[in-house]
Design a protein around this ligand. Structure first.
Ligand code: DGL
Length: 268
């Protein structure tokens, strides 16, 4: 593992910015190559086969860039990690694993997980949490539109709240004591305040981003591969470059130089 090689961060769109901004804070000397697949978002309503096909192309691109590791800042892709991780000679960090580890670390007994439809369908959160402690009760809820609403950058609070009620309404009625919610999609921390206002019963809202970044940091430290002097962020997107750059700035990312490029991945 080369210390001064970049770290790849991958998401279906702007959601992974919630991981990249933590990475920039915790490891400011690392170079980051971020790929946001806005042209194919949302991933959460696609088939597993399609996601494996698309993500394979993006990981091949990351391999060409010589990355030392990839942070899969996309729960929907991370839920399928076993289907492609062995094809690459760099480590790939799953955000679902980081979220499950955080639930176990905090000793939660009951958790809700709000995610995309595909992530919920894979059952990956309950599987990984219950692999650590079979007694933890996990309530997975898939949201059909929340990631797309956040990705649009133009959705009103009313639209976000209506989608939250559609995906979480039944769960909170049936489980009024449930106080912990995992944000099982990287787009959701962007609207965390709206989620907290809409459902104040969730006094513990878990964003797996910090755990994922800490996992990467521990790996680099253990391999003597912390970058001593980088810090650049380059953005690649299959979506709208102008919008993609504007949202990066809005979410507090530090961009360097001419930093945005168009790069397309093809669905099945
Ligand atoms: N942000 C991604 C995730 O964490 C995917 C959202 C989507 O494109 O549906 O699952």
């Amino acid at each position: 593992m080369r210390a001064n090689a970049p770290i790849g961060i991958l998401d279906s769109g702007v959601g992974g910015y919630t991981v990249a901004r933590v990475l920039q804070k915790r490891l400011p000397k690392e170079d980051i190559i971020y790929y946001g697949d806005g042209g194919n978002a949302p991933y959460g309503n696609r088939t597993a086969e399609d996601i494996v096909h698309i993500v394979g192309q993006i990981l091949d691109f990351m391999a060409e860039q010589g990355v030392k590791a990839v942070g899969l800042a996309c729960n929907t892709s991370s839920a399928l990690i076993d289907r492609f991780a062995d094809n690459y000679d760099f480590p790939i960090f799953s955000i679902v694993q980081a979220g499950a580890d955080e639930v176990l670390r905090r000793g939660m007994r009951q958790v809700g997980v709000l995610s995309t439809v595909l992530t919920a369908k894979t059952g990956s959160y309950p599987r990984l949490i219950q692999a650590g402690d079979p007694a933890v009760e996990v309530f997975s809820q898939g949201s059909v539109n929340l990631a797309a609403l956040v990705e649009s950058g133009t959705a009103s609070e009313e639209e976000i709240v209506a989608e939250l009620r559609a995906s979480l309404g039944q769960l909170v009625t049936e489980q009024p004591e449930l106080d912990t919610l995992v944000l099982g999609c990287t787009h959701y921390p962007i609207v965390q305040d709206i989620i907290a206002r809409t459902y104040p019963q969730f006094t513990n809202i878990i964003d797996p981003a910090l755990g994922q970044v800490e996992n990467m940091k521990a790996c680099f430290a253990g391999n003597n591969a912390l970058n001593p002097g980088g810090g650049k962020l380059q953005l690649y997107t299959s979506g709208d470059c102008g919008k993609f750059e504007a949202m990066a700035r809005q979410l507090g990312l530090k961009l360097s130089g001419p930093a945005i490029y168009k790069k397309v991945a093809h669905p099945l």
